[in-house]
Design a protein around this ligand. Sequence first.
Ligand code: PEP
Ligand code: MN
Length: 374
Amino acid sequence: MILILEPDLQENSVAYQAMTRFLDGLAGIEYRIHRVQGAEELLREVYLIGNTQSLDLAQMEALPGVAKAIRVSREYRVLGRHHNDVRGNGFTYNGVHFSQDSLHVFAGLCAVDTREHVEQMMRALQENGQVCTRMGAYKPRTSPYAFQGHGSACLPYVFELAGKYGIKVIAMEILHESHMDEIRQALEQTGNPTGVMLQIGTRNTQNFELLKAVGRQQDFPVLLKRGFGITLEESLNAAEYLASEGNNRVIFGLRGMKSNLGDPHRNFVDFAQVPVVKRLTRMPVCIDPSHSVGSRDTGPDGIPDIFQVTAQGIVAGANMVLVDFHPDPATALVDGPQALLLKELPWFLEDVRLARETYEERCLLAGAQREAGA
Ligand code: PEP
Ligand code: MN
């Protein structure tokens, strides 16, 4: 069961104290209080764990300071959608709002290689009105002999350049909890010129200790990629690990499944599950067309497969697109074959706009159908 507290409730108030005293007295029930930063106010939610079936919903709702009580029926207690759930599905980070209704493109380098390439990328983003990007500093590589990313060494110039070009959020994969400290330190050193969304890659989706550590911090939101060889349910539970530790600013990323059935694409594209994730949970959903398709192959109509699957995900309601670009893919140290060219950025963004427009029109059509049927 989840109790949503009155928005203006102070922790030192009589009502708050009375409510927690009552909860302390419940046998066989533990609780955790989560602080959720909404667009305008700090909200508090209490998660009750244990024998909550014996609790009366109306009685819990009548407790001092409680605005609403929700009985959670599904596995994803924090991030799931529940009957009568009034909780929102979005968050604002560094001035950028993410929700199941918004759409943001994170075009950028799969891996940071040179300062010049970072600068060229960010300049192109600014010229095209973009405030988000992707920049890989820590790279999980199949071979131990492959380039592993520049790590903390590149962070100061990446963050400085982000500030210079008005980038507000950088999606950046971390492989170990110590990377969070390195990112925090570099941000401080450079005067916090930008924000970072921590990315948990498909190889770490079920690295539970990493999930717990990332879930315990509240500084950074998280993009959790779906595991490439596990069920959707298992990946959604991984996201719930982050939230159960206290961080529910989580975006769920689809990036294709490892299967030869998707050949010749690098992974079997799974964007048909965008609406499924939105229905089961309150997480905004990201698609990664680059790691799904894995090449610049183009159809007879002149449209690259990466553009095609991006449009498919957006037409189905995706909220974020993580996509590899590179100023000079031939020299890229990681994933050059799937990188789009900087001169293709305006084309890509226009294609995204068209797909989004179609999605919005489809929502209006569905709304009209609902009303006609009512
Ligand atoms: C990436 O986005 O750079 C990446 C390695 O993705 P994934 O974890 O989906 O393979
Ligand atoms: Mn990559």
